[in-house]
Design a protein around this ligand. Structure first.
Ligand code: GTP
Ligand code: SPV
Ligand code: MN
Length: 592
C-alpha cells in the first residue's frame, strides 16, 4: 500500500473505531491506496482534476457554465434499483411487505464475496460525513467507504463532509457504516443492502445517486427512519420550505411527494407576478428530519447540504431559482451537450443538442437527448432562495405537512385532513405514477405511502403506528394536507399550470393553519370553494377549476377499497386506529 501523506495519518488517528473498520475493509477489498478525505476545497479540486485527466468528468463551457462538469454513468446504471434494494433485519416481519428482505448473515456473506478484492488497482476513499448542521443535536454522522471519486465529489456537495464530521464522530461515538464499490457495474452483481440493527449499509455495483451516495436515501431515510422510530422522531422524504407573506410572517411547510414529483421545484418556487411582496425560502428539497419540540410543535432540519435534482424540465420560466443555481459549480450527470459544450436537456428553452447523454451524436430516433433522470449536484448555498434558517441547529417549526402524488385523475388540487389521524390515513393512502427516478415502467399508478415506499427502513404498519404516536405527543401538531399538481384533461394536458402558481395553493394551506381561510366540508376532507383560492392574474382554461376541485364519490369508493386491500397486506400489525379511520372515511364517501 502507498504511504499516506502526513495530514491523512492525522485524520486516521482522530478516530480509532473508524480506522479499525477501515483496516478491516481494506483487508477485504485490497485497494492500492487508502485516502482519508478532509473535505477541503483543495481536495475537491484535486479529485476533479484527476477525474478530468481520466476522462470520467468533462469540463463544460467555462464562459457559460463556469466550474461545471459532466459525468456520464453506465447506460445500465442511471436510476435507483428498487428490486435490488434490501432491508436485512433479523426478523423478516420487521422489514415488512413494503421491503425486499434477506437474512443479515446471508446478505453479509453474499456482499462480502462481491467486495473481496474489488478495489485492487483502485483507491479506497474514507468519507466521514455529517447529515445535518454540524452543531445540531438532531444531526447524525456516518462514514462512507467508496472506490469512486465521483461519489466523493458528490458527498462533499451533498453533506457536511470531512474533518469536522470525523471530529463529531469521535465525540458522538456511534456512526453509520456505509461500504460502497462500483464493482464492475454489472446489473447482475448489483445490490443495495441495509442492516438497520447494525447501523450499516453495503452497496455494490452502481455509481448512481441514491444507490451510491450512501448519506442520502440509504442513511438519511432507510437507516434514519429506523433510528427515528426508536428515538421518537421522523425521517421523511420531504422538502422544507418557508413562505413569507407581504407582512413578513413566515410559515414553514414540509411536503412529501414521490421521486420526480416536484419537491425540488416547490422548495425553490418563484411567486407569480400578482403575488407582490411574497417570498419563498428553501430549507431543504428532498429529506426532512422532524422532531417534536418542547413547545409541542414539530421542528424540521434538512440533513443535506446540497441538491441532487432532476434536470429535465428546468428552465428560467418554470423555475428561475433552480436555473440560476445550476449555472455554475455544478456536476451534471447524464445530460446532453450543445456544439459549444454547454449542458442541454429536454425542456430547456434555448440551444440544441449535438451529443446525447451517452456521448453519441444526437439522433431523436435514440430517444431523448438528456436521460429523463439526468441530475444536477449543487451546493444548496448557491440557491438565491436559500433560507437563513437552513443551518439552524434547532430546525424550523412546521405549520403544515403536505402529501402529494402524480395523479392524472381522482385526487383534487388540494384537500385538508380532518385531524392528525385522518391525515395519517391520507398519507398512507398516497398513490402516484412511477417516474424515471427508479428503473422499471414509468407512468404506472402504485401505492407510495408518505412518498416513502422505496425508503422506509421498516414495516409500514409499524411506521404508521409511529406516525400516530408522534402526533399524539404534539400539543400543536401541523395541519395535514394532500395536493395534486398533475391532474390532466381528456387530451392529456395538465389542468393546473403548476410550478410558481402552486404558491396559490400553499397560501390557502397556510391560511387554513392560521384560521384565515374558509373551506367546504367534503366526503374526503376540507376543500377550498372556487372563491377561496386567490387566483388573480391566473388564466385557467374554462371549467378547469371546477374539475380540479371536483370529488367523485364513485371513484373515491374504489380508491378507498384499494387502500383497504393494500393495508390488509400488513395483517394484524396494522394499527387498529388506522383501520377504524379508514372505515370512517369509507362511510363518509358511501353517504356522499
Ligand atoms: P426527486 O429528486 O426524484 O425526489 O424529485 P422531486 O420530487 O424533487 O421532483 P422535481 O422538483 O425535480 O420535479 C420532477 C419533474 O416534475 C421535473 O421534470 C419538473 O419539471 C416537473 N414538475 C415539478 N413541479 C411541477 C408542477 O408543479 N407541475 C408540473 N406539471 N410539473 C412539475
Ligand atoms: C429520488 O429518487 O427520490 C431522488 C434521487 O431524490 S436519489 O438520490 O437517487 O434517490
Ligand atoms: Mn427524492
Amino acid at each position: 500500500m502507498a504511504t499516506a501523506p502526513q495530514h491523512v495519518t492525522t485524520l486516521a488517528s482522530l478516530n480509532q473505531p473508524v480506522s479499525a473498520w477501515v483496516d478491516e475493509v481494506a483487508k477485504l477489498t485490497q485497494p492500492d491506496t487508502v485516502y482519508w478525505c478532509d473535505g477541503s476545497d483543495a481536495e475537491f479540486q484535486m479529485l476533479e482534476r484527476q477525474l478530468v485527466a481520466r476522462k470520467e468528468l468533462l469540463p463544460l463551457n467555462a464562459n457559460t457554465n463556469p466550474g461545471c462538469f459532466l459525468s456520464r454513468s453506465h447506460p445500465s446504471d442511471v436510476a435507483r434499483v428498487e428490486h435490488l434494494t434490501f432491508v436485512c433485519t433479523r426478523n423478516k416481519d420487521d422489514a415488512g411487505p413494503n421491503n425486499n428482505w434477506m437474512a443479515p448473515e446471508q446478505a453479509h456473506r453474499q456482499m462480502d464475496e462481491l467486495f473481496r478484492g474489488c478495489m485492487k488497482g483502485r483507491t479506497l476513499y474514507v468519507v466521514p460525513y455529517c447529515m445535518g448542521p454540524i452543531d445540531s443535536p438532531f444531526s447524525r454522522c456516518g462514514v462512507e467507504i467508496t472506490d469512486s471519486a465521483y461519489v466523493v465529489l458528490n458527498m462533499k456537495i451533498m453533506t457536511r463532509m470531512g474533518r469536522a464530521a470525523l471530529e463529531r464522530i469521535a465525540h458522538d461515538g456511534a456512526f453509520v457504516r456505509g461500504l460502497h464499490s462500483i464493482g464492475d457495474l454489472n446489473p447482475d452483481r448489483r445490490f443495495i443492502m441495509h442492516f438497520p440493527e447494525e447501523l450499516s449499509i453495503k452497496s455494490f455495483g452502481s455509481g448512481y445517486g441514491g444507490n451510491a451516495l450512501l448519506g442520502k436515501k440509504c442513511h438519511a431515510l432507510r437507516i434514519a427512519s429506523w433510528q427515528a422510530r426508536t428515538e421518537g422522531w421522523l425521517a421523511e422524504h420531504m422538502l422544507i420550505v418557508g413562505i413569507e407573506n407581504p407582512q413578513g410572517e413566515i410559515h414553514y411547510l414540509a411536503c412529501a411527494f414521490p421521486s420526480a414529483c416536484g419537491k425540488t421545484n416547490l422548495a425553490m418556487l418563484i411567486p407569480p407576478a400578482s403575488y407582490k411582496g411574497w417570498k419563498v425560502w428553501t430549507v431543504g428539497d428532498d429529506i426532512a428530519w422532524l422532531h417534536p419540540g418542547k413547545d409541542g410543535r414539530l421542528y424540521a432540519i434538512n440533513p443535506e447540504s446540497g441538491y441532487f435534482g432532476v434536470v429535465p424540465g428546468t428552465n428560467a420560466k418554470t423555475n428561475r431559482n433552480a436555473y440560476e443555481t445550476i449555472r455554475h459549480d455544478t456536476i451534471f450527470t447524464n445530460v446532453a451537450l450543445t456544439a459549444d459544450n454547454q449542458p442541454w436537456w429536454e425542456g430547456l428553452s434555448d440551444g440544441k443538442p449535438v451529443i446525447d447523454w451517452q456521448g453519441r451524436p444526437y439522433d431523436p430516433a435514440n430517444g431523448p437527448a438528456a436521460h429523463p433522470n439526468s441530475r444536477f449536484t449543487v451546493a444548496a448555498k448557491q440557491n438565491p432562495a436559500y433560507s437563513k434558517l437552513a443551518d439552524a441547529p434547532g430546525g424550523v417549526p412546521i405549520s403544515a405537512i403536505v402529501f402529494g402524488g402524480r395523479r392524472r385523475t381522482l385526487a383534487p388540487l388540494v384537500y385538508q385532513a380532518r385531524n392528525w389521524l385522518h391525515g395519517v390515513l391520507v398519507g398512507a393512502g398516497v398513490a402516484s405514477e412511477t417516474t424515471a427516478a427508479a428503473t422499471g415502467a414509468v407512468g404506472v399508478v402504485r401505492r407510495d405511502p408518505m412518498a416513502m415506499k422505496p425508503f422506509a427502513g421498516y414495516n409500514f404498519a409499524d411506521y404508521w403506528a409511529h406516525w400516530i404516536n408522534v402526533g399524539a405527543r404534539l400539543k400543536s401538531p401541523p395541519q395535514l394536507f394532500h395536493v395534486n399538481w398533475f391532474r390532466q384533461d381528456a387530451a392529456g394536458k395538465f389542468l393546473w399550470p403548476g410550478y410558481g402558481e402552486n404558491l396559490r395553493v400553499l397560501r390557502w394551506i397556510i391560511d387554513r393553519c392560521t384560521g384565515r381561510a374558509k373551506a367546504r366540508d367534503t366526503a374526503i376532507g376540507y376543500m377550498p370553494g372556487a372563491g377561496d383560492l386567490h387566483l388573480d392574474g391566473l388564466d385557467l382554461a374554462p371549467g378547469a377549476l371546477d374539475e380540479l376541485l371536483a370529488v367523485s364519490p364513485a371513484l373515491w369508493r374504489t380508491e378507498l377499497a384499494g387502500i383497504g386491500a393494500y393495508m390488509d397486506e400488513f395483517g394484524a400489525r396494522l394499527p387498529k386506529a388506522l383501520q377504524a379511520e379508514l372505515e370512517d372515511a369509507q362511510k363518509r364517501v358511501a353517504g356522499a
